[in-house]
Design a protein. Structure first.
Length: 317
């Protein structure tokens, strides 16, 4: 397992002003002058989740650019936001930071966003990795293989959308506080062994908790509206993706079963890495060096760069 992050402080922070006047909060980790990698956090989380990649990215010469999605943390909300708004946001973020090409890594709830960018930004995105990604919930037609809490939330939302919004509003002030230790201990105890072992590291547990807490920013509907996107059809032309895509999933994942990654077979040339003895939280944290090295090797290497000493990961199908 890689060394624990020692700080949550980013190497840089930005408040990017988008063309429509909204602000997007962006934190950076890893190597400040390295090869750009856009990190898309899970749900509910925020840019601080990118700190979990800091050491591995720094060692591989990668500059991790982690935005908080609209309405989360201190990013301004975007009215009527859908998955199809994301590629334009990526393009605007890249333009604001002067980036001509970049890699993308989407974790858990960030997976669909990574694939949306892959589908529409072939001129900007070199390669994409989806790690323990959320599958197309609606298009599957069944909630089998989902975390029971997700199944319950999805069923409640479908029947009582207005009540679900108010429930999230009631949770808003509570979720912004640090959770009591007894609750965190109880939650860790309910996890599969790989996840429980990973989150036993106090610093990793703190970063995960901070990601959850900071997601509930000033905009009280932000986490709810971010969740709504998963309850909508993706509508992505996965068959038309023409850039390298890696999909990583753990066989011990209890949030989204590895049996649900069949959707990825629609992506031409996709490379699946289904790993035994890895869960939903352990995979992106314990395997960060391997995942990042593999992603960096997938896209064309910038002129004048050399292969990292670690090398790239071998494919697991």
């Amino acid at each position: 397992m890689p060394a624990s992050p020692t700080t949550t402080r980013p190497t840089a922070s930005h408040r990017i002003t988008l063309p429509d006047g909204r602000a997007l909060a962006v934190d950076e980790y890893g190597a400040p002058d390295g090869r750009p990698l856009l990190f898309i956090h899970g749900w509910p989380s925020a840019a601080v989740q990118g700190a979990l990649l800091h050491h591995a990215a720094r060692d591989l010469g990668l500059r991790v650019i982690a935005p908080s999605r609209p309405g989360l943390a201190s990013s301004h909300p975007q009215a009527g936001r859908t998955l199809h708004h994301w590629p334009q946001l990526v393009r605007e973020t890249a333009a604001a930071l002067g980036l001509e090409r970049l890699l993308i890594l989407g974790v858990s709830g960030g997976g669909p966003y990574a694939l949306a960018a892959a589908a529409e930004l072939a001129d900007l995105v070199e390669a994409v990795a989806v790690v323990c990604g959320a599958p197309p919930l609606i298009e599957l037609g069944s909630s089998a293989g989902f975390n029971p809490a997700y199944r319950s939330l999805l069923a409640f939302y479908r029947q009582h959308r207005g009540a679900a919004r108010w429930l999230f509003r009631l949770l808003h002030p509570l979720a912004r506080r640090d959770p009591p230790q007894w609750l965190m201990t109880m939650l860790r105890g309910s996890l599969v062994a790989p996840d429980r072992e990973t989150l036993a590291d106090p610093e990793i547990a703190r970063l995960c908790s901070e990601g959850f807490r900071t997601a509930w920013g000033e905009y009280r509907d932000g986490v709810f509206e971010d969740a709504e996107i998963y309850a909508q059809p993706w509508g992505l032309a996965l068959e038309d993706i023409r850039i390298p895509v890696r999909v990583w999933h753990g066989m011990e994942d209890r949030n989204f079963s590895h049996l649900l990654v069949g959707y990825a077979q629609r992506i031409p040339g996709v490379e699946l890495r289904i790993l035994p003895d890895e869960g939903h939280y352990s995979l992106p944290i314990r395997r960060a060096p391997e995942i990042l090295a593999d992603l960096a090797a997938a896209g064309p290497r910038p002129a004048g760069t050399t292969e990292p000493e670690n090398g790239s990961a071998s494919a697991r199908r």
